[in-house]
Design a protein. Structure first.
Length: 272
């Protein structure tokens, strides 16, 4: 699992990423009742790598992200981030959730942006972004505000600091949610269909912001999306899911222009 993934994304000069096994899923299985959602799945992601998960609805993509957030527990297998285990399969086949300090350490490095932005409705934009850095990371109010203003400028909302979420468009709210996620200084950003609830024009604003973030930072990104042009532009690697397995993994140019699997081809025809 140490293949280099070609720097398919971005400008020709962009540095290649190597799969150094920063995030590792090893033989992960998950079922809900009789529904096998992930079927003995193994893959890894390098630090700084941007990976997009595509595939039909119900193929297990969101479950992967939720496992990294420890919102969903696998039935078996091992998940590791950096040096720390989130879930660990013992030799006797028993799955254990890793010790609290490991989980807390990993959780401190990852943030997720959801389809529904879930801003605090009673707080102004600036406070939405400073709340967690102050209360979770223990930052001073001044320091948190300074960083929040930078981030809100970056997502094009420097003039909305005192607005309430209800006064913003869906696209603007989602951009606040992105600023809020980045305010936690994560190493890993998980994006779960962040534009699916938005009209195309508002979705485009959000994707532009994410494109800029991807290109200007070395954050590791795992992204579930149906926005295929975005996936092509920002990903180093695309994983095609079907029925709880990865059936094809390749740089975007290859997946989109020359898929090897018939299933990938028919899926892409249905969404492009
Ligand atoms: P995708 O992101 O590829 O659309 P998901 O990972 O969201 O797929 O879901 C995979 C399957 O798991 C779906 O069939 C979904 O209904 C099922 N599923 C997800 N969460 C739960 C849950 N909490 N209880 C029961 N079934 C679930």
């Amino acid at each position: 699992m140490t293949e280099p993934s070609a720097a398919a994304a971005g400008s020709p000069g962009e540095k290649a990423t190597t799969d150094d096994g920063f995030i590792v899923f090893d033989q992960i299985s998950k079922r809900f009742g009789k529904n096998v959602v992930l079927d003995d799945l193994s893959f890894s992601v390098g630090s700084g790598e941007r990976v997009t998960l595509i595939g039909p609805s119900g193929s297990g993509k969101t479950t992967i992200l939720r496992m990294l957030m420890t919102l969903t527990k696998p039935d078996s297998g091992t998940i590791r981030v950096g040096e720390d285990y989130l879930y660990h399969e013992e030799r006797n086949g028993e799955l254990v959730k890793a010790g609290e300090q490991h989980v807390r350490k990993v959780r401190g490095r990852i943030t997720m942006v959801f389809q529904q932005y879930n801003l605090f409705p009673n707080m102004r934009v600036l406070r939405n972004v400073t709340e967690a850095p102050v209360h979770v990371l223990g930052r001073s109010q001044d320091e948190a505000e300074e960083r929040a203003k930078e981030l809100l400028d970056m997502v094009g909302l420097g003039d909305k600091l005192r607005a309430y979420p209800s006064q913003l468009s869906g696209g603007q709210q989602q951009r606040v949610a992105i600023a809020r996620a980045l305010a936690m200084d994560p190493d890993i950003l998980l994006l779960d269909e962040v534009t699916s609830a938005l009209d195309p024009e508002l979705a485009a604003e959000v994707l532009d912001v994410l494109r800029d973030i991807a290109k200007s930072s070395d954050i590791t990104m795992l992204c579930v999306t149906h926005a295929m042009k975005f996936a092509r532009d920002v990903s180093h690697r695309v994983l095609m899911f079907d029925q709880g397995k990865i059936i094809e993994a390749a740089p975007p140019a290859e997946i989109f222009d020359d898929p090897k699997q018939e299933r990938t081809r028919t899926f892409l025809e249905s969404v492009l």
